[in-house]
Design a protein around this ligand. Structure first.
Ligand code: PMP
Length: 361
């Protein structure tokens, strides 16, 4: 930390993204990207003419994409906020809806950016422990003060919360925001969208990074009441009104027009997930019941760290979190069936026991 760095951030621990190796080719199963590219129709949205128009600023209101998303999800454009990835929506929401008097609550095991934003904005964070089986303690969220943040399905467990439970939290206090991070909802979890009409305090956060194959384009959005979206727009216009570039806006629209392509990919990924889970279980792994595009797995014969290292040495990248309660696990993104075969070749090799990276006794 330099002597120039604001004292406000002296103890800030920045978020560590998953590895994005730029030199070596890995079977990349570590950051929950889609293994399938954006559709040809989506890619065609970026024509040379559009590239030539990059001398002009983008539409700061993103009206066309907001209208497209509103029509797709059955809401009004005033219910839609666009952002540079859903991380930016989260950043705006933590800034807009929390302060010294209004803390934030999220599960102790969830998306690693939540505590970082809480620290960045100097917020009191209440980390509510998941139960031993990694289920959410809904009563504790109902009793918590301030904004509630829940990923549904959760990450890195992939476990989903029924809508009735989310509704219970929404109804427990109409004066606080409940943010439901639906980054992985398209792989088989029920969306909280039907609750939007009845709960002004509901904010749904979505991303194009997973189910719509566009992690590289950085496009996220929020669906919420006009009240919440207006507040978020005030924050957005106070930080970066041109947060979305012209090309990403176009890609976002084109992807909605090609929804069937992405829905089919989600279906394929869900099927590959179930097949992969069964194969891992047959090898002795324990898994959480994931509804996302990843699995969270541990094996009695090898530590999470050793498995991560053993796989990396064999060209397969997965994610390991050196955190209490989950250090035994690795998170494995669901890739193509071929990528999963490569994963199993490496896993079986490691479990044979002659691997240099086997678990310490
Ligand atoms: N929420 C959750 C639960 C995530 O896992 C991720 C991906 N790391 C994000 C939000 C952010 O995704 P993005 O910024 O790419 O939209």
């Amino acid at each position: 930390m330099s002597r120039f760095f604001s004292k406000r951030f002296a103890s800030l621990e920045a978020y560590t993204p998953g590895e994005q190796p730029q030199d070596q080719q890995y079977v990349k199963l570590n950051t929950n990207e889609s293994p399938y590219p954006p559709s040809p129709h989506t890619r065609a949205a970026v024509s040379d003419g559009e590239l030539a128009a990059l001398n002009l600023y983008p539409d700061p209101t993103g009206t066309r994409l907001r209208k497209t998303l509103a029509a797709h999800y059955g809401v009004k454009p005033e219910n839609v906020l666009l952002a540079n990835g859903s991380d930016e929506v989260l950043s705006f929401a933590f800034m807009a809806f929390c302060d010294a008097e209004t803390p934030v609550a999220f599960p102790d095991i969830s998306y690693g950016f939540y505590p970082v934003y809480a620290a960045l904005y100097g917020l009191e964070a209440q980390e509510i422990p998941l139960r031993d089986d990694f289920s959410v303690n809904v009563d504790a969220f109902c009793a918590a003060r301030g904004m509630c943040v829940l990923a549904n399905p959760n990450a890195p467990t992939g476990m989903a919360l029924p809508l009735s439970e989310i509704e219970r939290i929404l109804a427990s206090d109409a004066n606080r925001v409940v943010l439901v991070d639906e980054a992985y909802v398209d792989f088989g979890t029920q969306t909280a969208l039907p609750l939007l009409e009845r709960y002004e305090n509901l904010l749904i956060v979505r991303t194009y990074s997973k189910s719509r194959s566009m992690a590289g384009a950085r496009l996220g959005f929020a669906l919420g009441s006009e009240t919440l979206i207006r507040d978020l727009e005030t924050i957005r216009f106070s930080t970066n009104p041109y947060n979305l570039n012209r090309l990403t806006l176009l890609l976002g629209e084109a992807a909605i027009a090609d929804d069937a392509y992405y829905a089919e990919n989600c279906e394929k990924i869900a099927q590959t997930r179930e097949a992969t889970a069964a194969r891992l279980q047959a090898l002795g792994f324990t898994l959480t019941p994931s509804m996302a595009n990843f699995l969270f797995a541990k094996h009695p014969a090898i530590s999470g760290e050793a498995l991560y290292r053993g796989l990396k040495a064999r060209g397969v990248l997965v994610r390991h979190f050196e955190k209490p309660r989950i250090a035994d696990y690795v998170r494995i993104t669901i890739g193509t069936p071929e990528q999963m075969n490569a994963l199993f070749t490496a896993v079986e090799d490691i479990l044979k026991g002659d691997a240099p990276c086997a678990a310490q006794p």
